[in-house]
Design a protein around this ligand. Sequence first.
Ligand code: 5GP
Ligand code: MN
Ligand code: MN
Length: 478
Amino acid sequence: MTEIRKIDSYRWELPRTGDMRVPGRIYCNKSMLDAIRKEATLRQVANVASLPGILKASLAMPDVHQGYGFSIGGVAAFDWKEGVISPGGVGYDINCGVRLATTHLEEKDVRPRLDALVNALYQHIPSGLGSKGSVSLSVAEEKKVLRQGSRWAVENGFGDESDPDYTEEGGCLPQADPDEVSDRALERGKRQLGTLGSGNHFLEVGVVAEIYDEKVARAFGLFEGQVTVLLHTGSRGLGYQICDDFLAFMAKHVKTLPFSLPDRQLSCAMIQSEEGQRYFRAMACGANYAWANRQILMHQTREVFLRVMGMGPGDLGMNLVYDVCHNIAKKEEHLIDGKKRTVCVHRKGATRSFPAGHPDLCRAYRNVGQPVLVPGDMGTASYVLVGTETAMAETFGSTCHGAGRVLSRKAAKKAAKGRSIYRELEDRGILVRWTGRSTMAEEMPDAYKDISEVIEVVHNAGISRKVARLKPMGVVKG
Ligand code: 5GP
Ligand code: MN
Ligand code: MN
């Protein structure tokens, strides 16, 4: 099981053994591989490789770590006719994702008011596990959100008409059918639209610290010294409940299928079956809810900026660069052995990385490629990259989604004992406001891998290319 073949400095192959239908492939460097070997991650990569209809390889990005059934940082594509779809391959937080907005402001404009700004953001953006949002919905209206995604938010006054163009899939998966969503999930979702959620989710005011690719940065509207807003959240209790409901449903269903699973957590259905399609339609509802959620939160963030900075929308110029999802299953077309195939790509803790020329990109990015947004941690950095042809050829157009955890939440709490993480960050000019009792310990920079090392891997492997580095100034954490 531990036999791994080196392809080059950033690519490793887990050869086919046992029930594996395809090999595993891991994008990382040698020292990351040594760390990954200590967890069940490679076992999980191999397990996924045994699922029916999997194409090419079971993939792991450098931020990979152990997850529910499928590891986080994993990518797996299944043939649309002969493959499976699995809730564990998407994750509990359906369409957890990241959006980045630019402003016309520079660091020197914001520094003097940073305290007031972060306080106001903390006050107006509901955060924490069970937090309620400012948007309360009837079930009938909630179902519209589930069908329309970002468009619902825009039509109800949250943000610009053009924002969906700058959102993956236009901020809406058309397959969504609210009739597949349980009453319990709808009940949880009713009060949580416009909320950040718990610890790993955040709203960050940052600065562009370095540009690596001038031309692409310009196309994305980025310049050195510019103040940015980075937002990370997902589908809240609604998505969690959809995942939970369908895991239970598929655990029973999978027993009726003519193959056995190496791990119960990989329960799934054939994509073409009624059961598989039902999950797909429900998952799409979770995805659309998450897009509406991020759209609303960005609008509220803009309003706080306008008030605290005492300026008009034209002067502030808060524009959406892009919104990406990193927990999702998508119907996409990919070239495999020179043939165009329709596939179901599961990206769980992985980001789409489509290159210039891809028809799914909006006009503004058609000639450069899609913005890839990769948060690091609240004390170090986050990166903007751009999608590449290499990703298209090797990883079903995918790359990493973050730094990835190195310490479990429990281990992080232990390591933070006797330290004030808040002070440590404040000393580095980073102001944090948070809700969860253990958030600061669980989310401290040491809990995550070194983001620059992760970025070097995806950049050097060529599955996305560095455009800019952002450094944090003020962070609101769940
Ligand atoms: P996940 O969706 O897997 O929970 O998180 C995605 C990534 O976000 C993590 O792997 C981590 O690198 C990054 N991250 C978590 N908290 C923060 C934060 O407060 N600020 C920034 N910039 N990144 C974070
Ligand atoms: Mn996430
Ligand atoms: Mn999430």
